[in-house]
Design a protein around this ligand. Structure first.
Ligand SMILES: Nc1ncnc2c1ncn2[C@@H]1O[C@H](COP(=O)(O)OP(=O)(O)OP(=O)(O)O)[C@@H](O)[C@H]1O
Length: 448
């Protein structure tokens, strides 16, 4: 199908500038209109100059440009890379629709693909992740294509030099805090030197993974039909599959129902616990919960949905002590205590820096809590009595860091943490017990 209007996503970097130029050369004789799209992330002081440079190039090439400056900001705990990617694609989709383009071209090339494959492998990804970037995909009502995914970067560089194309240099490409930069700057040169053709081989491995993943997804779709009823996965039919097939079908069902790949620890827990479960629930990403009842597994929303929830969600846990790393807004589902620890940015609260290395513990007796700066610390038992905290509200875990008691369900944040001289962002902590019907192992009505 020929696109009526082709959009090119142009960062101003060498590759996308070359792609815009090459697209104009190819499209004009065919009578296809070309549209340039640019996203200003609003993160770097040089970004205004980059946008101006892209605009100047578009002027020279007589290509219309649509640009958007992002107004959202990464939240504490967000990976800047992941945030920028997500927001950039959302903005590009908006711009493409505004321009009336149905095809968006991206200038990723073979080295990008090889790096993505390795980054996925380093995260322990399976076939879906190792497939890296698709050469073509339909999303947001648009076709996204990477026409140069098989091309070596050197060829693109030569093309740019041949046509004397101006490019912007993004200094953040040298920043070793970003995993891709570390891989590109520290690992790839050695790899290419030690293994001739490493980049092409890694890109080929990504292609093979994509083929395997596509076949697996087709098979899993068929197998799932025999193991599901509506949105529920049927335990008996699922259990009848071979162990290898069980795993594929479970992952596939989870990905469909959760709207994202399931973390390995959730898959492991389900494989170990679901076969014997009576009525049970498991925390899942995105504030969702998996519930088993009468042989059926379903995805549901978590029983509590406090506002301002950030992206970090951890599944866990068993008392009496569980180490945690919290780097921003988070919801920690704590099955063993039947509730959820909710951590949100606030003007007053625990220093975020302390939460990077904290832990949940059961009460062991003898803990002291200080309610206010001008009051003495007293035993938890006395504090609960004094504050008339009902028994059900005392049931959650205690939050500790570096030997300090930070938070007690029913009492709140300890005054010594609240008034600590530590700088940086502060976080409010809440303990939210689950509704009574979703605790693990609860006997169901028919006693199964
Ligand atoms: N700010 C942006 N605006 C529009 N498109 C972008 C932007 N950033 C990236 N892209 C698109 O995504 C592709 C891959 O992004 P990546 O971050 O690898 O590129 P880059 O290093 O910024 O620049 P280039 O790929 O042009 O050399 C780009 O080639 C471009 O097509």
């Amino acid at each position: 199908m020929r696109a009526h209007r082709v959009a090119v996503a142009v960062s101003g970097g060498r590759d996308s500038v070359a792609l815009l130029h090459a697209t104009v050369q190819a499209a004009r004789p065919l009578g296809v209109a070309v549209q340039a799209l640019h996203v200003h992330h609003g993160l770097m002081p040089q970004a205004d100059a980059w946008q101006a440079q892209v605009a100047a190039l578009c002027g020279q090439l007589e290509v219309p440009l649509l640009a958007e400056r992002l107004t959202t900001r990464p939240q504490p705990g967000d990976s800047i890379e992941a945030w920028a990617r997500r927001e950039r694609y959302a903005a590009l989709a908006r711009l493409a629709h505004e321009a009336g383009a149905d095809l968006v071209l991206l200038a990723h090339h073979r080295r990008d693909q090889a790096e993505t494959f390795l980054l996925q492998a380093l995260r322990g990804a399976g076939a879906a992740g190792l497939a890296a970037m698709p050469a073509r995909i339909e999303r947001h009502g648009l076709t996204w294509a990477r026409p140069w995914l098989d091309r070596p970067r050197e060829a693109i560089e030569a093309y740019g030099a041949l046509h004397g194309l101006p490019v912007v240099e993004d200094g953040s490409n040298q920043d070793p805090r970003f995993a891709r930069n570390r891989l590109r700057l520290q690992v790839m040169p050695g790899l290419n030197q030690a293994f001739a053709g490493a980049e092409a081989a890694l890109a080929a491995a990504a292609r093979r993974s994509a083929e395997a993943d596509a076949a697996l997804a087709e098979w899993a779709d068929e197998a799932l039909r025999a193991c599901s009823e509506g949105e529920a996965l049927l335990r008996e039919a699922w259990w009848g599959l071979s162990p290898a097939r069980r795993l594929i079908v479970l992952r596939h069902w989870l990905a469909l129902r959760l709207g994202q790949g399931a973390p390995q620890r959730l898959v492991d827990r389900l494989l170990a616990e679901w076969p014997q479960a009576v009525a049970a629930s498991w925390p899942a990403p995105g504030g969702q919960v998996l519930r088993h009842y009468r042989g059926r597994l379903r995805v549901d929303h978590a029983p509590t949905q406090p506002g301002g929830v950030g992206p970090a969600a951890h599944g866990l846990a068993s008392p009496p002590c569980w180490p945690l790393r919290i780097t921003g807004a988070a919801r920690v589902l704590v099955q063993a205590f039947g509730g959820e620890l909710v951590v949100e940015p606030a003007n007053e609260g625990v220093p975020l820096a302390w939460l990077a290395n904290c832990e949940l513990r059961s009460r062991s007796g003898g803990e002291q809590f200080q309610l206010a700066a001008d009051r003495p610390a007293r035993s938890l038992k006395k504090m609960f009595q004094q504050q008339a905290v009902p028994a059900w509200a005392r049931q959650g875990p205690l939050l500790w860091a570096a030997g300090r008691l930070l938070f007690v369900p029913g009492l709140g944040v300890d005054a010594r943490a609240l008034h600590a001289a530590e700088g940086g962002p502060r976080m409010r902590i809440d303990w939210v017990p689950f509704a009574a019907d979703c605790s693990i192992g609860e006997a169901s009505a028919d006693g199964r």
